[in-house]
Design a protein around this ligand. Structure first.
Ligand SMILES: NC(=O)NCCC(=O)O
Length: 386
């Protein structure tokens, strides 16, 4: 089956080009829950985005007014980007170029009043795990606590009074120098609030990440920020409903899903999974994917009998935000760097919870009991036969 690259800009652009207005409105109602109000972002922000050659979009999710609680408004920023330098450029130069790119995008986010910004998975490097080679890719790993990227993000956070979620390749020197796929959460004060690790490591296609790091060992931490309680479900974790659930059980109101995924594998799943998680868990979810094709110096095979190749496939961007009522923003483009700003009213989480009651009707105790049995080596599935 044909798989579009950069030439197919987005589902939204395609629908808008081809559907008559009344049909378009109905299609948007079904695809996006409802049409969200566009945010009135500052003109200078659009000018800067255009100068820096990235897309800027902004949408608002509304909630009903309450008598006892004031609206709990937070602006989130989702960043998707290409790697500016080729993968065979010197490591330090690639990292610096990415720092410069992210600084420019974060400055525009600040103009738009963003309170919490999240970058894409392993944002300081090409997604080189397909290669199964160690050097030079392991040289991109850094300390989560005081590596150069964390120090860079601390400055961004403090300068812009913004919480920064920075997904990196971590080297943990306190524990045998091992690598992890980690997101560092930096408070708007500039302090490192903590870190969380990718719980599910893919073993699909060219996602050979298990060659580099193990499943995370930090559980499902939720970070209390000045702007709300946040969690980070890194990439492949989005296929695991219980992973989303555990962040929600720990109180997450916004779950970020920084990702790196390609069209041939997951593009039809992408619009469903984070949106479904927002619905199922009465929270907001923010799905972020990188953009473009990354070429590697050496050929690698995919273990499928096909010819060796030097790229992973096409990272299709399409980052979006979904709300607990099932509504969602349109996606950013499939082909361009971008910043998506979303204004959330966190009161919506409890409002939807009170209507749909998934937290109340969830049979967690029954699942816990049954799962505890099911994972035992001598378990026999409950199948009733004639
Ligand atoms: N980065 C990552 O875990 N990708 C796996 C593929 C996918 O989840 O779509």
């Amino acid at each position: 089956m044909a798989m579009a690259g950069a030439e197919w800009k987005s589902l939204e652009e395609c629908l808008e080009k081809h559907l008559p207005l009344p049909d378009l409105q109905e299609v948007k109602r079904v695809l996006y829950g409802k049409e969200l109000r566009k945010l009135d972002l500052p003109r200078e922000a659009f000018e800067a985005a255009s100068r820096e050659d990235f897309e800027l979009q902004g949408y608002a999710f509304e909630a009903a007014e309450e008598q006892l609680r004031r609206p709990r408004i937070v602006h989130v920023g989702l960043v998707q980007n290409r790697t500016p330098l080729p993968a065979d450029a010197p490591v330090a130069e690639q990292v610096s170029a990415l720092h410069r790119r992210i600084k420019a995008i974060t400055e525009v986010a600040a103009m738009c009043g963003v309170n919490i910004i999240c970058f894409q998975e392993a944002w300081t490097m090409p997604f080189a795990f397909c290669t199964r080679e160690k050097l030079p890719w392991t040289e991109f790993a850094e300390s989560a606590e005081d590596g150069p990227t964390t120090r860079f993000c601390q400055k961004l956070a403090k300068n812009h009074d913004m919480v920064v979620v920075s997904p990196i390749l971590e080297r943990d020197s306190e524990h045998g120098d091992v690598l992890w796929n980690t997101a560092v959460v930096i408070s708007n004060s500039g302090a490192v609030l903590g870190k969380t690790r990718k719980n599910h490591i893919p073993r699909v296609g060219d996602f050979n990440e298990s060659t580099y790091y193990m499943e995370g060992n930090l559980g499902h931490p939720v970070f209390q920020t000045q702007f709300g309680r946040i969690a980070v479900n890194i990439c492949y974790g989005r296929h695991h409903p219980l992973n989303w659930l555990m962040y929600s059980i720990n109180g997450a109101e916004i779950i970020f899903n920084p990702s790196a995924t390609i069209g041939a594998l997951s593009e039809s799943l992408w619009p469903i999974e984070a949106r479904n998680a927002a619905i199922a868990n009465h929270c907001f979810t923010c799905a972020i994917n990188r953009v473009g094709t990354e070429h590697f110096p050496n050929e690698f095979t995919s273990g499928d009998g096909k010819k060796a190749h030097q790229d992973f496939g096409y990272f299709y961007g399409s980052s979006y935000v979904a709300a607990p009522d099932g509504s969602r923003t349109p996606g950013l483009s499939r082909s361009q760097d971008g910043l998506l700003v979303a204004k959330l009213n966190l009161n919506l989480c409890q409002q939807v919870n009170d209507v749909w009651n998934f937290k109340m009707t969830g049979r967690y105790e029954m699942y816990a009991r049954e799962l505890a049995e099911a994972v035992k080596p001598n378990y026999r599935p409950t199948i009733v036969k004639e």
